[in-house]
Design a protein around this ligand. Structure first.
Ligand code: PLP
Length: 381
């Protein structure tokens, strides 16, 4: 198996599993119980909070554990609306993740917000002039992702935050794809809220975090025992949180390894661009991108067919287009970038991790070229 779908999810690191196991078998106490077993869990949660806060460039007292990126994004958007804020306008970029965009569209439909979508350039960059034109003194919140999940394009979040703050608006940054790949810092980005998700950086699925800048308040999505600063009632999943803490420490150090990952990604792209038998384009190539992400459009081809053919060879990637009732639809991101349909429907995302090897990339190049040129792949070994 060659796993190149790390923007979808990642393998849990062995070091993370090792740390988690005793919290299932021996130290299974409720983190809020006063006895020894409870205190052991509590200490595990608080150590993890410090590590996760460090990854987010936030204080531990500003950091809340969630179940995933989707939940963190909803906590900010819904929580702000229910916190008594007067302003009702939300500005978001056209390439935000559906956990932001679909929620905002639903709220707009229910007349709970006024929604303004800021376009991106054909290269996937945020159009700062468009943000400037849309953000006004009615704007409650500006939602901007640090790195785009399909293309890996890294956005100028600090510039967006500056525009928002000048208008008195708050800034929510979705750093789900950025965390562990590039430095993330709530402070340096000028974010008021920032979300991450563990399963994108080798922690287990079902655990993430939200940082809320000191002094800000959002209403909780639900009520109960008042865990997590009253923001997220419910017994904490201690093993997952402890695992998230270790994964966060590893991820912060691993950012350095992404130079090696970038070289592998570039090798893949150069080899495919250099093959004259097929025509491809690389999305967002002119922009600063996450080192691990390559979004490649195979012109006049169906991404679905390429993904299936790669799957048959044990290479796992994602399609940037979806097949609905026999019709291939480009992804919302490709549409937002104005990608021509014959290119958008052939878009495939290769996403590497710090565990990806040179041999895996070489084998991938060989197989992709064979598939793109419609010739049989040479079996390995
Ligand atoms: N935001 C971005 C940019 C993502 O890529 C994802 C997941 O792909 C999410 C949010 C949602 O995260 P989760 O799957 O943890 O809910």
């Amino acid at each position: 198996m060659i796993y190149l779908d790390n923007n979808a999810t990642t393998r849990v690191a062995d070091e993370v599993l090792v740390i988690m196991e005793p919290y299932y078998r021996e130290w299974f106490g409720n983190a809020h119980s006063v006895h020894g077993l409870g205190r052991k869990s509590h200490d595990g949660v608080e150590d993890a909070r410090r590590s996760v806060a460090a990854l987010m460039g936030a204080e531990a007292s500003e950091t809340i554990f969630t179940s995933c990126g989707t939940e963190g994004n909803a906590m900010v958007i819904r929580g702000l609306l229910e916190s008594g804020a007067q302003r009702r306008k939300v500005v978001a970029t056209s390439v935000e993740h559906p956990s932001v965009l679909a929620l905002l569209r639903a709220l707009e439909k229910n007349a709970q917000i006024d929604l303004a979508i800021a376009p991106v350039t054909p290269a996937g960059a945020i159009d700062l002039d468009a943000i400037r034109a849309l953000v006004d003194d009615e704007t409650l919140l500006v939602c901007v992702m640090q790195a785009q999940n399909e293309t890996g394009v890294v956005h100028d979040v600090a510039a967006v935050a500056d525009i928002a703050h000048r208008a008195g608006a708050l800034v929510h940054v979705d750093s789900v794809q950025a965390a562990g790949k590039i430095p993330v810092s709530m402070r340096d980005l000028g974010a008021d809220f920032l979300t991450i998700s563990g399963h994108k950086f080798h922690a287990p699925k079902g655990v993430g975090a939200l940082a809320i800048r000191k002094g800000l308040k959002v209403a909780p999505l639900w009520y109960g025992g008042g865990q997590e600063l009253g923001m997220r009632s419910g017994t904490e999943p201690v093993p997952s949180i402890v695992g998230l803490g270790v994964a966060a420490e590893m991820a912060q150090k691993a950012v350095r390894e992404f130079d090696r990952v970038a070289a592998l990604r570039d090798r893949l792209e150069e080899a495919l661009l250099g093959a004259p038998q097929h025509s491809i384009s690389i999305n967002g190539a002119s922009q600063r991108r996450l080192a691990n992400t390559s979004s490649i459009s195979f012109h006049d081809r169906s991404s679905d067919a390429i993904v299936r053919a790669l799957d048959a060879e044990g290479i796992y990637v994602s399609a940037g287009a979806a097949c609905h009732s026999g019709k291939v639809e480009p992804s919302a991101t490709m549409k937002a970038m104005g990608k021509p349909a014959n290119q958008a429907i052939g878009t495939v995302r290769f996403s590497l991790s710090r565990y990806t090897s040179g041999e895996e990339i070489d084998r991938t190049i060989e197989i992709v070229r064979a598939i793109a040129e419609n010739r049989p792949a040479v079996p390995t070994g």
